[in-house]
Write a protein that binds this ligand. Sequence first.
Ligand code: ZN
Ligand code: ZN
Length: 236
Amino acid sequence: MEIKESESVITDERIIFDGIYLIGGPNISRSEDATAFVVDCGDELVMIDSGAGRSVEIMEKNIRGLGLDPQKISTLILTHCHIDHIGGAPYFKKHFHCKLAAHELDAEAIATSDPALTAASFYGTSFPPTAVDVILKSELVTLTFGNQEIHCLHIPGHTPGSVASYLDRKGKRILFGQDIHGPFLKSFGSDVGQWKISMEKLLALKADILCEGHFGIFRTPKKVEAYIKRYLEEYS
Ligand SMILES: [Zn+2]
Ligand SMILES: [Zn+2]
């Protein structure tokens, strides 16, 4: 889309890369939302995460505001089972008939709306039992949308079924790392040892842009590496 000079900073902030947009998150939808994204794949749109649930209409408006038709959302990739990432999933599934994709080790918590594992009880909210349509089972699953491949890499640690999505577009690699920073809680089924291995996998991707779940967008390979390494040092 064309960026006009008169448009606000927020509008700039929403454009991550060509056809990749931030549509939810603190300052964008509601403060309790983790970041949520839309990837324009031509005939279809792919969403990555969906906020905590109370801001679904704001996110829908944000999608329309970018000139995109939410009816074209074919798949919503859920990076893990926490409410601040999955809360909007029932709404998007119901209204736009998109498929929900999640790793098998987190899919059951979503399907059964486990209040502890989804952290819904922690957030003082509830989540309806919601079936996952595309169960990601292996270390790396590549989903294809038109000409765009989106890779889903299993990165256990924060939760057992955490997934990082990444894609290559116009010579750049964009990584949706989400909750890289943790936290690591027993009630989440966290495993710091596994997380360290997962972070090495993310470093090996040598991404150009990192979209974090709560702490912003990192736009050079150096900044991406430094961000991940900072947390590896913190938990070493
Ligand atoms: Zn989160
Ligand atoms: Zn989380």
